[in-house]
Design a protein around this ligand. Structure first.
Ligand code: UD1
Length: 364
């Protein structure tokens, strides 16, 4: 029996590990798949709700590290995860995405000579001021299996000199979760509970430090979005970082009554909100992919994206951090002139199947 430990830590990790967890059940006679939750995200609505909704059992290990500066958080995860690795002696560690838990656990495993698989490898924003970019580069550089979601990932890894035998174009596990949950998403009652109708609202999310850690930029974004509240309702589930900053800066109190703030929303309800929105304004990474799959326009408030296929093939528009640039794109969309888009290769709900088959062929 081989033992594999998968790492989850922050909100976008849970839906990426769920399909891998289910796929490994097919191999249960030869693979024991365990989940380690670092506790990077710990609020019920940022963490527990995802385990319940995605039907994954409680994590096998919970490290409970919580928040902190990058060094404090990364170091705390490393110290705690090392104890798990010593006790469990896994044959492989799987990490996903680009959060602090990803680099912390891959570093621990690799230094103990345990092979590491990185799911969502090769993505690059080429912006080294983003903590996630550092996490991506470092994790990829020490991983043994690099599972890629889009062609740009392969190109980036090859340019960085990664041996091609380690790179596997397997598709997007986040889309696997979406496909697996589509009927639940379609039966969500979130629209009626928030008093919304299909297409009559704009969905917004913001949590990147460049947008929300500075009073001027956060205020400008909120005021600009508020100027569309006459045309459409605005639904804004607020990330804890953003909520704390709004409180500290004393902003967001004088917005239109059509501007609806909510707590973070669970996975199923949130995807239902994406699916039925007129369009989305966001600085998230994953939402750029989910909107592309669902065919909903996504206006990304960042100067770069590590997911370029969502622009070249999908529904994503890179607006930049200058929100005054929103206007022309929004006018186009409201006039029904959305760009033509399609679903990228291998975003077909079968990424976990390809990943688990590659891994089991190699380690069993
Ligand atoms: C992290 C990831 C980011 C990802 C995002 C998704 C890193 C470097 N960043 O950013 O890539 O897009 O998650 O949400 O790993 N907080 C709570 N409750 C929680 C979690 C956080 O109150 O459950 C608050 C804390 O005050 C904390 C702050 O939010 O200091 C930021 O949390 P943290 O995990 O450090 O980073 P995120 O901004 O969530």
């Amino acid at each position: 029996m081989k033992k594999i430990i998968s790492i989850v830590g922050a909100r976008p990790n849970f839906m990426k590990i769920a399909p891998i967890h289910f796929e490994f059940l097919k191999y249960r006679d030869s693979v024991q798949h365990l989940i380690c939750h670092t506790g990077q995200h710990y609020d019920e609505k940022m963490s527990k709700i995802f385990f319940e909704e995605l039907n994954i059992s409680k994590p096998d290990f919970y490290l409970g590290v919580g928040s902190g500066s990058h060094a404090v958080q990364t170091a705390a995860i490393m110290i705690e995860f090392e104890k798990v690795v010593i006790a469990e002696e896994p044959d492989l560690v799987i990490v996903v995405g680009d959060v602090n838990s990803t680099i912390a656990c891959s570093l621990v495993a690799k230094k103990m000579n345990i092979p590491v698989a990185h799911v969502e490898a090769g993505l690059r924003s080429f912006d080294r001021t983003m903590p996630e970019e550092i996490n991506r580069i470092l994790t990829d550089s020490i991983s043994d299996f690099l599972f890629v979601t889009e062609q740009s990932g392969i190109n980036n890894l090859k340019k960085e000199g990664v041996d091609e035998s380690k790179i596997f174009f397997t598709g997007n596990v986040m889309i696997d979760s979406l496909v697996q949950n589509l009927s639940k998403i379609n039966s969500s009652s979130i629209l009626s509970s928030l008093g919304l109708k299909k297409d009559d609202y704009i969905l917004c999310t913001l949590h990147r430090p460049t947008n929300v850690d500075n009073k001027e930029s956060l205020e400008k974004i909120l005021m600009t979005i508020n100027s569309y509240a006459e045309k459409k309702k605005i639904v804004f589930p607020v990330h804890p970082r953003t909520r704390a900053n709004m409180k500290e800066f004393g902003i967001g109190t004088d917005l239109s009554p059509n501007f609806l703030f909510t707590d973070p929303i669970g996975y199923i309800d949130f995807l239902c909100l994406i699916k039925n929105a007129s369009f989305i304004i966001t600085d998230s990474g994953g939402i750029q992919e989910e909107t592309t799959f669902l065919g909903v326009p996504c206006l990304t408030l960042r100067n770069n994206t590590e997911r370029p296929v969502t622009i070249t093939t999908g529904t994503n528009y890179l607006i930049g951090t200058d929100v005054s640039k929103l206007d022309s794109v929004i006018t186009e969309i409201l006039n029904g002139k959305m760009k033509k888009a399609s679903i990228p290769a291998f975003w077909d709900g079968k990424a976990a199947e390809r990943i688990c088959s590659t891994l089991t062929n190699s380690i069993l």
